[in-house]
Design a protein around this ligand. Structure first.
Ligand code: ATP
Ligand code: MG
Length: 268
């Protein structure tokens, strides 16, 4: 190995690759040929003005809405057009801009509901409960407790999700994603509508999740959060990748400023 090799810092590997993805709704192009790469082991920010196509891109990646054209590769595997449950089983999970938990269930039940490959489903399965299934259930219960702990929701485990604060509901949404043992979590505005001190706490929890080896792709309009948390930032505008780089670089970019011009959603 030469000195040159030693001096080279290895690039994190690509975890997610989006190539030329398009998606239209009733003749309107929401995605116009998106190309981007998300690297493993870091928090990547995905920003852009309202209507830029960020949520639609999450919908295409996670299998909720198939792209009209283009390819999506996760961990080197082509997952284009896969159903959401199949994508989830590969370790790619998303959260929603509006939290989707079941308000009448407890925090624990909400977490268990979203554990990967639910055991004990169906009548036959219930009658034939095997030792393996019982062990798996125990494992899920344990994981729900660990995740609640990690997200500081332990005291809420047996309370109904409906009674949680806005910030706690956001944390539960993140917890449900973690139950699937993800490699990559797509977070759609995880601190929207949350007060600043709770938002900072959610940010700290996200950092801890990345330290555990999970990568994050984060849509957020609160730019102080993007600045503080993201290792790398990708900017979308009008259904396309506009630019990318450090937060300092993209926020100083004239093309980014122009894309946001007259748009209300750049907040700090
Ligand atoms: N299911 C749908 N039916 C019709 N149009 C849609 C649908 N989903 C998205 N769109 C349109 O696609 C465009 C991109 O919307 P999208 O929600 O992806 O933007 P966004 O970047 O997430 O915006 P925001 O920051 O406001 O959440 C918008 O013009 C939107 O109206
Ligand atoms: Mg959106």
């Amino acid at each position: 190995m030469s000195d040159d090799d030693l001096a080279t810092v290895p690039e994190p590997p690509a975890l997610l690759e989006v190539r030329g993805v398009t998606r239209g709704f009733y003749g309107v192009r929401a995605l116009n040929g998106v190309d981007l790469v998300v690297k493993a082991g870091q928090i990547t920010g995905l920003i852009g003005p309202n209507g830029a196509g960020k949520t639609t891109l999450f919908n295409c990646i996670s299998g909720l809405v198939p792209p009209n054209s283009g390819r999506i590769l996760f961990n080197g595997e082509d997952i284009t057009g896969w159903r959401p449950d199949r994508v989830t089983r590969r370790g790619l999970v998303r959260t929603f801009q509006i939290a989707r938990g079941c308000p009448r269930l407890t925090v624990r039940e909400n977490l268990l509901l979203y554990g990967a490959d639910q055991p004990g489903e169906g009548v036959v399965a219930a009658l034939l409960r095997t030792q393996a299934m019982r062990l798996r259930e125990q494992d899920l219960q344990q994981r729900a407790i660990e995740i609640a702990n990690r997200l500081r929701l332990t005291r809420e485990l047996d309370n109904k999700a409906a009674g949680l604060s806005g910030g706690q509901k956001k944390l539960l949404e993140i917890g449900r994603a973690l139950m699937a043992k993800p490699k990559l979590v797509l977070l759609d505005e995880p601190i929207a509508g949350v007060n600043p001190s709770l938002a900072r706490e959610i940010g700290d929890r996200l950092r801890a999740i990345v330290a555990d080896g999970i990568s994050l792709l984060l849509i957020e309009h609160q730019m102080d959060m993007i600045a503080r948390l993201c290792d790398h930032v990708i900017v979308m505008a009008e259904g396309r990748h506009l630019t990318e780089g450090t937060f300092a670089a993209v926020s100083a970019d004239a093309a980014v400023q122009e894309a946001y011009m007259g748009r209300p959603r750049w907040t700090s």
